[in-house]
Design a protein around this ligand. Structure first.
Ligand code: 5RP
Length: 274
């Protein structure tokens, strides 16, 4: 692996653990203005100092992130379907590698839809993106999307999707936590990070998810809704950091969450928090 590629990965996978806490705010690319991401800039402002990387699209990067920001960017470069369609797998690469380079990103990300109608297309998209990423020294993060079929989140399916993504050349794979997650890790030769999925019933449940994933071999999280749809997103992010970087137990992470106290959600969010 060339120095540029290694350097970009090292920006995202940070000491003291070598793991990564990625903050995902790319949901609008197919869901529109998701609750609490209506004003992405306002949502991420207090969170940015606590994230090892920020995952989003070029439109939101250019419009809502100050260029002075030092947080590494994971740029989503796939899209082309919205929640109005039954089949979400009909995606193409929507951002040229030249634009990703211009934006000085640390990684490029796309969804792969194993087992979906456009499986072939999404895997060929991944192969093309890996070729582009290798030419430019930009790592590729493959997202094993499950679309609307959340029941696909089991070890047999995810192990297949992750392994196929790694075989095609993804440098990092994002997937979901599941029972027997160690089996998914074991079959994937590149680092895995886990998404949170839809908001869980409690913050503790999200902390348990992250703790289970790290304990079973994930190298980080790439989480969205369970952070910024929380009533105390900064405290939640700090609690997750304790798990990912400091091997905190769930109990210790809950203590971090409580000690951080009432979160200063800005006035921009007063209406949606009410
Ligand atoms: C959207 C994504 C999200 O980045 C990913 O699902 C992580 O966010 P969340 O924790 O809210 O699921 O890939 O397509």
């Amino acid at each position: 692996m060339d120095w540029g590629m290694r350097n970009r990965l090292a920006r995202m996978f940070r000491p003291p653990s070598g793991n990564s806490v990625m903050l995902a705010v790319d949901h609008g690319y197919f869901m529109g203005p998701t609750r609490r991401l209506e004003d992405v800039g306002a949502t991420i402002r207090p969170l940015l100092p606590h994230a090892d990387a920020l995952a989003l699209t070029r439109g939101v990067l250019r419009s809502s992130v100050p260029p002075e920001a030092t947080t590494p960017i994971v740029l989503r470069v796939s899209g082309g379907a919205t929640v109005l369609q039954e089949d979400l797998s009909n995606e193409a690469i929507t951002t040229a590698i030249a634009d990703a380079s211009r934006l000085n990103v640390s990684a490029i990300a796309l969804s792969v839809f194993v087992g979906a109608p456009h499986e072939h297309q999404s895997l060929v998209n991944l192969a093309k993106l890996v070729d582009d990423g290798e030419s430019s020294g930009i790592p590729v993060l493959a997202i094993t999307a499950v679309g609307k079929e959340l029941e696909k989140r089991d070890a047999r399916y995810l192990a297949l999707a992750c392994r196929v993504s790694a075989e095609i050349g993804a440098h990092v794979v994002k997937t979901y936590y599941c029972d027997d997650f160690a089996r998914v890790v074991e079959g994937c030769p590149v680092p895995l990070v886990v998404a949170g999925g839809p908001k869980l019933d409690s913050e503790r449940a999200a902390l348990e998810l992250a703790h289970g994933a790290i304990a079973e071999g994930a190298r980080g999280i790439d989480m969205g809704r369970n952070i910024w749809q929380s009533e105390r997103p900064v405290a939640m992010l700090k609690a997750l950091r304790a798990i990912v970087h400091e091997k905190a137990t769930v109990r210790e992470a809950v203590t971090v969450l409580e000690e951080e106290g009432a979160d200063a959600r800005g006035p921009a969010h007063a209406a949606s928090a009410a």
